[in-house]
Design a protein around this ligand. Structure first.
Ligand SMILES: Nc1ncnc2c1ncn2[C@@H]1O[C@H](COP(=O)(O)OP(=O)(O)OP(=O)(O)O)[C@@H](O)[C@H]1O
Ligand SMILES: [Mg+2]
Length: 318
């Protein structure tokens, strides 16, 4: 199996159909996320770019109007799995108090063969009715592959429809924001990357040491713990993703629970539990960097992924 198939396959397994709401038979659930940027640990560069492109135009339209710009538009978040893309997209909606429509294209594709373009169009229509609105197209790599690589006719139709909707964005989608997320942006149909479509590429890197500490803290909140030295654990979990850290905490919880069942008293999570859990896991981002580096080094004619190379160098990714 090629890398690409492998990644797409993993994706499919992960898919949940929570986007399907029974009442109105629509494929998306609209909600107002409570999370804001404050809940996202670190990622300052990413937040700054999003503020500039999405948030300020909405809060100070007159400045942007002076330069002939409107609030609205699209950006593409990419990076290793588990580093906060989905989380961040929700926080953007929370930050501007917008409705949030979460679309998983693979779900649309598999449930409504032949109908998917209409569904996609309906979703964009719904978004236009509930402005301001963030449409989040997750797992874009499950579908957005080069058009000629696609076996299925209706997959191709869906990509074409998405292109139409994104072009429409420029014309009448003021206050409709589209955020795409993918682990493998280099496989995306290049048509999706033209100006006005997903032309802002934003790298969402693994958390830095201080961010790792924050994430560990967040994940341990409310659980029984002894006095913990989280800074130490953070220092020993280089390149771990947010999801990896979540897993470390889960493992540690398990150890503490085992002791609890043995002793009959609620036993706190210890430093030792966390250390052991961290040691027994590897950063899942490493595999991603290996693939990404390959692209960035050999196939990146537009220098889109220089950021990834810089990051890898700075953090000594082997
Ligand atoms: N910077 C962060 N601050 C707080 N929590 C984070 C951060 N990054 C990741 N997390 C946590 O890690 C988990 C995984 O994040 P998320 O699902 O957003 O990753 P993702 O980049 O969308 O991954 P995938 O590529 O697999 O879809 C979430 O539970 C989130 O709470
Ligand atoms: Mg995600």
């Amino acid at each position: 199996m090629s890398d690409r198939d492998d990644i797409a396959d993993q994706r499919r397994k992960k898919l949940k159909l929570i986007t399907f709401s029974k009442e109105d038979q629509s494929l998306v659930e609209s909600e107002k996320p409570q999370e804001t940027f404050r809940d996202v640990g670190g990622l300052e560069e990413v937040k700054k770019k999003i503020r500039m492109n999405f948030i300020l135009p909405l809060k100070q339209p007159e400045i942007f109007a002076a330069y002939g710009k409107e609030a609205g538009g699209s950006l593409l978040l990419y990076g290793p799995p588990g580093c906060g893309k989905t989380f961040l997209a929700r926080a953007v909606a929370g930050e501007i108090d917008a409705n949030f429509l979460h679309i998983e294209l693979q779900a649309i594709l598999s449930m409504y063969a032949g109908q998917s373009e209409h569904n996609l169009h309906d979703i964009f229509e719904k978004a236009r009715e509930s402005k301001p609105c963030v449409i989040f197209i997750d797992e874009l790599d499950a579908m957005g592959g080069s058009r000629h690589q696609m076996r299925q006719h209706h997959d191709r139709m869906l990509v074409n429809q998405l292109l139409l909707e994104l072009d429409g964005l420029q014309a009448h989608n003021e206050q409709v924001f589209v955020i795409g997320a993918t682990n493998t942006p280099w496989y995306l149909d290049s048509a999706l990357r033209r100006p006005g479509r997903f032309n802002h590429l934003i790298f969402v890197p693994p958390p830095e040491e201080a961010e790792r500490e924050t994430i560990l803290e967040l994940k341990l909140a409310g659980k029984p713990v002894e006095a913990l030295n989280l800074a130490r654990i953070a220092a020993e979990t280089k390149l771990f993703s947010g999801a990896d850290l979540e897993q470390v905490v889960k493992d540690a919880v398990e150890s503490a629970m085992e002791r609890t069942f043995e002793s009959g008293n609620i036993e706190p999570i210890t430093n030792e539990d966390l250390k052991k859990a961290a040691k027994s896991r590897k950063a899942t981002t490493l595999e991603w960097f290996a693939t990404a580096r390959n692209y960035a080094t050999f196939s990146d004619v537009n220098k889109d992924y220089q950021t990834v190379l810089d990051y890898a160098k700075k953090h000594g990714v082997k």
